[in-house]
Design a protein. Structure first.
Length: 118
């Protein structure tokens, strides 16, 4: 049995609303051999927000081929992050499994790209 995890400090509803979590479809997945930890370079279609790049350490459970066409939840307003020579524009979200490997956070049904988490 796992020990109960600590919850973080309570935030206001307005603070939560400032986090822009959107759904997008992965349209391209490439190897990222320059990354320190195994990762893919992803191109995600966020509908009206356009195509955005992301680096994702998801190589344990996913292949490049299987990722294309998958919808994922992305944090769209964290700003850009330089990862080596690659500029990541959104954070693709997920959960760590029992080994610490990431499982993507995905909607259970297809929704329009760019839809905001409510």
């Amino acid at each position: 049995m796992h020990a109960p995890s600590q919850t973080m400090e309570t935030i206001s509803w307005q603070h939560f609303e400032q986090t822009d979590i959107r759904v997008g479809t992965i349209v391209e997945a490439e190897d990222f051999p320059e990354a320190r930890k195994p990762a893919f370079k992803l191109t995600v279609d966020l509908g009206p927000l356009g195509l955005k790049k992301s680096s994702a350490q998801i190589t344990k459970h996913y292949t490049k081929e299987a990722l294309v066409g998958q919808q994922v939840l992305c944090v769209a307003n964290l700003g850009k992050k330089q990862i080596g020579k690659f500029m990541s524009e959104v954070l693709v979200t997920g959960f760590a499994d029992e080994n610490g490997d990431i499982i993507l956070a995905q909607p259970s049904r297809k929704v329009p790209d760019g839809s905001k988490l409510m």
